[in-house]
Design a binder for this molecule. Structure first.
Ligand SMILES: [Zn+2]
Ligand SMILES: [Zn+2]
Length: 241
């Protein structure tokens, strides 16, 4: 079976912690010319992704609406999702919310060093448990992985599990688009969805250039600070006593 299509369905804009506007990301992907399907997946937000989806007719590739949900058990990509999903829910609740919108739930970078140690241990010792929790596929290659070992481990662990595998760039800068990608059967968004459902996918790519991590340090610090302030912000709702 030939897997001709290329999809990169995990990337960020300046609506979350990326540096590029949605238009810069889409224009760069168009210039790159190697991708058949893309999705903008900002952390817990959908506005840039919806803008991209609404303007899909202007671009030479298919665009899927989506988001990267911050669950209590790591990041989950929700593809074909158009409403934001509450962060901090369990993996089962998060996948159920994605499915309720008719979407597909992909566990992102399962062995990234930033994930809680107990969650890492659970994914490692019981990777097949993800199927019961509603996960549809696993991102075994993430081009932004901090160490080579994260992807190596994901590939090794999930090769033993009956879950489709995908690869993505997780681009936070326009120049990283397409560094990681999924090969699939066909070339359209519908083909990608069928390929993920059937397991006709492979993960490929190479990691971001080192300079990108340095460029991103400031953006990431600012983003974390703004999210922190958002959580700490006093409630604007009147308190009824
Ligand atoms: Zn993530
Ligand atoms: Zn991401």
């Amino acid at each position: 079976m030939e897997l001709i299509g290329r999809a990169d369905v995990h990337m960020h804009t300046n609506i979350s912690d990326g540096t590029g506007t949605v238009q810069q990301m889409l224009d760069t992907a168009a210039r790159l010319g190697t991708l058949d399907v893309i999705a903008i997946t900002d952390h817990d937000r959908v506005s840039a992704s919806l803008w991209a989806y609404q303007h899909r007719h202007l671009y030479p590739f298919d665009i899927i609406p989506g988001t990267e949900v911050t669950s209590a058990d790591g990041h989950v990509l929700g593809l074909w999702v158009t409403e934001p999903i509450k962060k901090g829910m369990s993996l089962a609740e998060t996948t159920a919310a994605i499915h309720a919108q008719g979407g597909i739930a992909i566990l992102a970078h399962p062995f990234e060093v930033t994930i809680a140690p107990h969650t890492l241990r659970r994914y490692f010792s019981q990777p097949e448990g993800l199927i019961q929790l509603g996960i549809d596929a696993v991102e075994v290659f993430n081009a932004g992985a901090l160490t080579r070992g994260c992807n190596w481990l994901a590939q090794r662990v999930f090769d033993r599990v009956a879950l489709p595998q995908v690869g993505n760039s997780d681009a936070h800068t326009p120049d990283c688009i397409g560094t990681g990608y999924t090969r699939f059967r066909g070339s359209t968004a519908d083909d990608l969805r069928e390929s993920i459902t059937q397991g006709w996918t492979t993960a490929e790519g190479k990691r971001w250039p080192v300079i990108t991590y340095l460029k991103l340090m400031r953006t990431t610090i600012q983003w974390n600070r703004s999210v922190y302030l958002e959580t700490k912000a006093p409630s604007t709702r009147p308190t009824l006593t």
